[in-house]
Design a binder for this molecule. Structure first.
Ligand code: B12
Ligand code: SF4
Ligand code: SF4
Length: 238
């Protein structure tokens, strides 16, 4: 059992990461995580570490900061995240042990962690949605650490889609892939088609009015969907 000291958490603990657009954070005590998540972590995680840090971005600030840092790396977002989080750990938690889980080889359901943090609510197009940020957020890092930060209270809020009468995202999908839950095959077949409106965006996601002020720029949307399109083109078609 690791030695436990009193949690410390100052208001500016995450300020350096916020300034870089890595502006979503949740601190979990490993002892509070459900067994299925602990089982998915590297072996002996609970013996060596006390906490799991979940870090994400919302809105376009991270993309702006990455443009300033440069996009030369083949994986510029992961590179940027690694640089920033490593520097933050060295400054804020000198001498503390830590281990990266994501990005990395461990298959960990990030939306499941997001649901525990209160960030993730399901949407028809399967990207998580929050009442304030809409679907304009993503998970960038999961780190096991020997830190003693105060665990983050679960974010509370109403699932936006429960209160949405229009459900305009469903009718906006040009493939009709959202009528009865996401039909991923129909979505991906449409995305692959030569005249698809969804090669570099999800028309349904762009149509959702929730958190529209946090919407990524067209350039960022094109980048992410271009990357997922590369993966999709290598997936076997049905
Ligand atoms: C595999 C995957 C995909 C595959 C899906 C193939 C498939 N058969 O499921 C493909 C390549 C299509 C994909 C595409 C995209 N993805 Co994706 N994807 C993942 C990944 C790596 C694993 C999901 C998984 O299998 N989890 C394991 C299983 C066991 O978890 P689960 O709880 O049972 O399943 C959950 C999710 O899988 C999700 N889900 C199930 N089916 C689908 C299908 C799609 C298209 C999506 C997005 C989610 C989704 O719902 C489940 C309940 O929470 C996650 C990252 C991660 N490590 O979690 C990102 C992730 C789900 N993807 C994400 C995103 C944003 C996208 C894209 C929009 C592209 C982008 N990067 O911007 C596209 C668009 C989708 C589209 N319409 O084309 C984000 C979602 C963020 C959020 N706010 O919720 C994640 C969490 C990555 C991240 N770093 O933040 N993705
Ligand atoms: S349009 Fe309505 S149903 Fe669709 S994602 Fe937005 S809030 Fe949810
Ligand atoms: S990417 Fe296009 S086809 Fe797929 S769910 Fe979004 S709008 Fe529909």
């Amino acid at each position: 059992m690791p030695h436990r000291t009193a949690p410390h958490h100052t208001t500016d603990t995450f300020a350096d990461l916020d300034a870089q657009g890595l502006n979503l954070h949740a601190v979990f005590s490993l002892l509070d995580l459900p067994a299925d998540i602990v089982c998915a972590l590297p072996p002996d995680a609970t013996r060596h570490y006390q906490q799991l840090l979940l870090i994400g971005n919302r809105g376009g600030l991270m993309w702006h900061q990455i443009q300033l840092a440069g996009m030369a790396d083949p994986d510029p977002i992961d590179r940027f995240t690694h640089t920033q989080v490593t520097a933050w750990l060295a400054r804020q938690h000198p001498g503390k042990r830590y281990q990266w889980v994501y990005p990395g080889p461990t298959a960990l359901g990030l939306q499941r962690l997001g649901a525990l943090a209160g960030w993730h609510h399901p949407s028809p197009f399967m990207v998580g949605i929050d009442s304030q940020w809409g679907s304009w957020f993503a998970y960038r890092a999961v780190v096991l650490a020997d830190t003693t930060l105060a665990p983050t209270p679960r974010r509370t809020g109403t699932p936006p889609c429960d209160a949405c009468a229009s459900r305009v995202c469903i009718s906006a999908c040009p493939a009709g892939a959202l009528r009865d839950g996401l039909d991923l095959s129909a979505c991906l077949a449409y995305r692959r088609s030569p005249d698809s409106a969804c090669q570099d965006r999800c028309v349904a996601r762009n149509t959702c009015p929730v958190g529209a002020e946090h919407r990524y720029s067209d350039a960022q949307i094109r980048y992410h969907y271009g990357r997922s399109m590369q993966v999709i083109r290598h997936m076997p078609a049905d």
